[in-house]
Design a protein around this ligand. Sequence first.
Ligand code: BG6
Length: 496
Amino acid sequence: MSQSKNKNNKHTEVFKPFNIIVFGGDGDLALRKIFPALFHRDQDGQLLSEYNIIAITRGDSTLAKFEGNLVRFLEESVDGQASGEEIGKFIQRVTLIKAENATIEDYKDLTDYLNKFPSYQNIYYFSTPSAAFGPISTTLKACGLINKDSKVVLEKPLGYSLESSNAINSEITKAFTEQQIYRIDHYLGKETVQNLMVLRFANNLFERAWDSEHIDNIQITVSENLGVEKRAAYYDNSGALLDMVQNHLLQLLCLVAMEPPHTLEADEVRNEKLKVLRALRLFNKKTVQTDTVKGQYTRGVVKGEEVQSYLEDIEKFGSKTETFVAIKTYVDNWRWKDVPFYLRTGKRMNKRYSEIVINFKEVRHNIFPSKESLNNNKLIIRLQPEERIELVQMTKIPGPGGYRYRPIALKLDYLDSFKERFPEAYERLIIDVIRGNQTLFMSQDELIAAWNWIESITKNWKATGQNNILYEAGTWGPGDLVLDKDTTWVTKTWKE
Ligand code: BG6
């Protein structure tokens, strides 16, 4: 990845001038993440080239209403760190264009606008439901708005099954080549997720012990206390498995399990991740029942407040959509033989936190008189909300009384070590699109491999009629209830 700062910490890399055209431009994601990300990069002095932002909207959003919303979200995102004048200057770059449908006629204003900047690269950002991706691509092509410099950014969900995902892809690839497509997974842009690469591949210490000989199991947890917010319709079609596991958790798993790539070139990194996805053990009717748990939240108390059940949140009684999922899986290759990977995620949990825990095996031979277990070495990588790394090791308890020991953590607090502001995931990812670096974006092959594995779960859930286990909002999920012998790992390991 390129170095873009000089020794005075100033950005020096000049990108080709660009227009970034955001479809769904008055939507939540655009206002909350995409525009603030561009604003932060601009404020940081990284956008040294000319650029324009175009928000494409369908509804009856007026310019005044749109700008009012945009100012509000920008202010929220900078938390007093930018003046009204700076925000106003940024807003001047944003043009609102209405295009009700993806037709040549409705794209006339957009076409006229973009034709004024023939030497710019056009970056089309699809922040709409994925059913619109194909029609938008087709019309952009028909309007002559795609050339070799154009790029397209795709937000998830890319379909709801392998078949629908492939169908969307085949429509998009009639207009854009694979080299022009950026499938975004914002987890890959998080600083702490990036640090996983450095932790693994810039430290000899860990890599030597990174295999089934030394590691007992790996646990990846993304626990949220939010509910489904205003996304009931989308979420009820997806559930925790498609919303979180199919993308974010699998990408984290890939970064933990992949072989060292030859370089950081996009294809090198993506091919290593692809090998992991292809090596994931598929589920069958039996293993889906023993090694997966799905759950749905009922009413409860989150952060001291009473909250509704999922069914009340979505106002659709009888929904079988899962809001929690826990999965035990294996990467069937030489390095990871028989090492279980536990993946867990849920909404309306007790606490918001994401972390990866590497549990090491017990020492080969215990020379100490105590019969206490010595399998307490852990590497804990806390991704959010506090970013830190802990290495838990056995330590002698001082004083007489023979060798008594207990686990103590060596802690590296990311915030204490680095005083600078951490850029948001979207900032890094959007810059990589402008720059033309696909390393942190999913390839189509990765997507297919992820879907194959996911479908071995969805199809077998369907075939076996596996039900949700209800859990009270604000708890640690159905783990509290699951006592079955084969799934005790849920109860044993979910809690902090
Ligand atoms: C999104 C999911 O991709 O990630 C949301 O659609 C989820 O349901 C969100 O809340 C979590 O992201 P983060 O960055 O807050 O962990």
